[in-house]
Design a protein. Sequence first.
Length: 130
Amino acid sequence: MIWWYVALGSAVGGVARFGLATAIQQRIGPNFPAGTLVVNITGSFLLGVLLRYALATDAISPDVRALLTTGFCGGYTTFSTFTYDTLLLIEEGGNARATLYVVLSVVLSLVGAWLGIATARELLALRARG
């Protein structure tokens, strides 16, 4: 049954990625892959929250945890698109933009995951008090 949870989460995550990345890219324009960048940062944040919270409590069942983490976050984040976008920037002669994109993606995704873990810690503290 867990396979179906992962499949459902992946489908929803993929649709969410497509919708958000497309909306952002249409606003920003084609010169910088901002849609992929935002998806990877928010996905890192969400995965940080979900895993820290889910592994510290029994509030999220293993099936739902798989749906949200492996499924949704796996379908939502876009590492393969990130690598393709980076190589495309390099091929177009945008070495500085490619470097900026890689640095921003890695650093801000790490910050996103860290903020997600910090958020989960606060939620766990609130839960323990209440």
